[in-house]
Design a protein around this ligand. Structure first.
Ligand code: AHG
Ligand code: MN
Ligand code: MN
Length: 336
């Protein structure tokens, strides 16, 4: 725990002072994202009451239609971002196309991609879920933002991060160069307070996270790597931990060290690249893990170097402690 109270807002503005030419637009945007996730956190904590207050699709006691939690998360983020004046377009995992800011609202220079609620199959069983976000500077000249603004490689992200709604709510972000910082939401103050300054992922972990039920679909190199981490040897066998909520699996591995894998598999020939999405899941977490000293790869390519072909592109995602990811890459090259 930090020895003085630092709110996320004061931390963001402190970071901004490293760039005297900064207009504060970016800092304001990050504060707006933090605000949206506080609202989502409140709603997540009320989720178990939905059946009591009225199920999805029905009218709750305030006379409002109850929305699914992932729809609620999407809507609140979009509303706050569109009114921020700092964004010109938004892309979300839930929307087929990009969303521009309505013409009657001011436009900004940033574009935001996000996964409103990651791990949503866990909502009904009180397992941690989260929000993942990524911020780019608009690349084209159209002031309203276009799809091609979103097709920039992850290495161009200005900032990325996530929020886990778990036993407590924590927001973790990086601006790529300035380290990775975690802020725990103090529910009584309603403030995110700096709790994990300058997070570094251990060089090697003892945890592996993969959906082992899919072994029959794995490629040979994945099968051999998992066999290796389960074999007895120097620090092995590793411990298996798989929540099924990427953001929570990632957060645990970031703090303890470990490797998360959602590799390519042979399940669906139309979807050979696994399940996770480059823009909303892989690239933002890759920026965080690299800034913390770890690595993120498809097995053969660095995630941050991938040029997206389309908004909802899926990629194999293997990320975590540097030496563990390098071991996996060696298996992919057939060297081990
Ligand atoms: P989302 O809830 O945003 O659709 O993402 C779910 C993802 C991710 O959180 C998790 O790692 C993965 O799905 C789990 O998939 P499997 O059930 O196929 O293992
Ligand atoms: Mn997701
Ligand atoms: Mn989602």
């Amino acid at each position: 725990m930090a020895d003085r109270i630092v709110t996320i807002e004061s931390h963001i503005y402190e970071q901004q002072r490293r760039f005297p030419e900064s207009t504060g637009e970016f800092s304001g945007l990050l504060c707006d994202i933090a605000l949206a996730t506080k609202v989502i956190s409140l709603e997540v904590n009320r989720a178990g009451l939905v059946d009591i207050l009225g199920g999805t699709g029905t009218i709750n006691i305030q006379g409002e239609r109850v929305r699914r939690l992932d729809v609620f998360a999407r809507d609140i983020m979009i509303d706050i971002l569109q009114r921020s004046g700092k964004v010109c377009a938004i892309a979300t995992e839930e929307d087929a196309d990009i969303i521009q800011v309505p013409r009657d609202l001011p436009n900004g220079h940033y574009i935001v991609s996000f996964d409103p609620l990651d791990g949503s199959s866990n909502i009904d069983v009180n397992v941690s879920i989260g929000t993942i976000f990524s911020i780019h500077y608009k690349s084209g000249s159209d002031e309203n933002g276009t799809e091609s603004d979103f097709l920039q490689p992850g290495v161009k992200q200005i900032c990325a991060g996530y929020v886990v709604y778990g036993s407590s709510t924590i927001m973790v972000y990086t601006d790529g160069s300035g380290g990775v910082h975690g802020f725990t939401l103090d529910p009584s103050l309603g403030e995110f307070l700096l709790s994990h300054p300058d997070i570094k992922i251990p060089e090697r972990g003892r945890i592996y996270s993969i959906n082992e039920g899919y072994e029959c679909w794995w490629k040979e190199h994945t099968r051999r790597y998992i066999e290796y981490v389960k074999s007895e040897g120097d620090g092995r066998p590793y411990t298996s931990r798989y929540i099924g909520s990427l953001v929570s699996d990632f957060h645990r591995n970031l703090l303890y060290g470990g490797i998360f894998l959602y590799p390519e598999d042979t399940r669906d020939p139309k979807r050979p690249h696994g399940k996770l999405r480059l823009l909303y899941e892989a690239a933002p977490l890759a920026l965080v893990v690299e800034a913390a000293g770890g690595k993120a790869t498809t097995g053969t390519e660095r995630i941050l170097d991938l040029e997206p072909d389309e908004l909802h592109q899926r990629v194999p995602l293997i990320l975590g402690s540097r030496l563990d990811v390098e071991d996996y890459e060696a298996f992919c090259r057939g060297e081990r």
